[in-house]
Write a protein that binds this ligand. Structure first.
Ligand code: 8YV
Length: 328
């Protein structure tokens, strides 16, 4: 039997690529360039299985160009907002993702941003590293930030990552509040001493810190709209390790510039890899280039999950992480 052609759009960690080459006819991307549309189109016309990442837009027009050979899109990543799921389903193409294995890493990064913004970590580091900076020594009134203990953390999206953030935030003395489509199970709520807010608007108006941990879907696009951002206290700040599209980024940037909000910790942006210059200019914003799951362990685990999904599918079984449960 000929081995299935698996086209991998980006360079993956070596152990993952080695295993893929053992199992499949894997077409790898050795120099890790971002594939342009023409290259992606060629991939969907040739591959049995496409293995994309967040940087590849697999939209309706692209899926409609796929050859009938394309049976599976095995996404390297949990968020599947880069893929037109509806069109894939209509064409009978299975889509899988990699949930679970990047929960702890992403929650760690979220916690790091929660701590970094009020304690002015970016500003302090920038000060010492600035060419010709002269530190005159310690001062009781210099570089003062704000205390974290006792503050209210409002988590938008209480799935795996939201809960992992809450578990980390409790020992720092943060009070946990959350908004979700539905409340989480009673035992989880009790364990986290978490307060559910059915109304996102009401929660936003009362929080000190907002952490965005929901996926980007048509329903969550600009969930934090200009109107909702205005509900925040001027002393509040926003952390986002989910997707830039969940926040109206222009509105947030304007509020940062006008000092209508205390700051932001952003790992993701609405138009990646572009970063709004207002964020770069502000010393009250900590910015990271989409690094939430960027640990070698995490990326190998993600690769392992992708391999299990593909292998299970090729063996004629339902892949564990299929996005449309009903499809198999
Ligand atoms: C990944 C992510 O790095 O899994 C996700 O949804 O946002 C990131 O952690 C990226 O998506 C890889 O495709």
């Amino acid at each position: 039997m000929t081995r299935p052609l698996v086209i991998v759009t980006r360079k993956l960690p070596d152990p993952v690529e080695t295993r893929m080459m053992e199992l499949f006819d894997a077409q790898l991307n050795a120099d890790d360039h971002v594939m342009d549309r023409a290259e992606l189109l060629q991939a969907v016309r040739e591959a049995d299985i496409l293995l994309p990442t967040v940087t590849d837009r697999i939209d309706q027009a692209m899926i409609n160009e796929a050859s009938p050979r394309l049976k599976m899109i095995a996404n390297f990543g949990t968020g599947v907002d880069n893929i037109d799921l509806e069109t894939a389903r209509n064409r009978g193409i299975i889509v899988t993702n990699t949930p679970g294995v990047l929960t702890e890493d992403t929650a760690d990064m979220t916690m790091a941003l929660i701590l970094a913004v009020p304690r002015r970590l970016a500003e302090g580091t920038a000060f010492l590293k600035r060419e010709g900076a002269k530190w005159e020594g310690w001062s009781p009134t210099w570089m003062l930030g704000h205390r974290i203990t006792g503050k209210r953390l409002g988590i938008v999206g209480m799935g795996r990552i939201g809960q992992a953030v809450a578990r980390r935030a409790r020992p720092f003395g943060l009070q946990i509040h959350y908004h979700n489509r539905r409340p989480v199970a009673d035992e989880i709520e009790k364990d986290l001493e978490a307060t559910y807010w059915e109304s996102l608007d009401q929660m936003l108006a009362r929080m000190d810190i907002i952490s965005v941990n929901c996926p980007h879907t048509p329903a969550t696009y600009h969930l934090l709209s200009a109107r909702r951002l205005k509900l925040l206290k001027p002393t509040a700040y926003v952390v986002n390790t989910a997707r830039g599209e969940v926040i109206d980024e222009n509105a947030l940037a304007r509020m940062i510039e006008a000092e209508e909000i205390a700051g932001a910790g952003l790992d993701v942006f609405e138009h990646e890899p572009a970063v709004n210059p207002k964020f770069l200019r502000s010393d009250r914003v900590v910015v990271l280039p989409h690094m939430g799951s960027a640990t070698i362990e995490g990326r190998i685990d993600m690769g392992e999950k992708v391999i299990i999904n593909i292998k299970t599918f090729l063996d004629g079984h339902a892949p564990p992480d299929r996005v449309h449960q009903a499809m198999f």
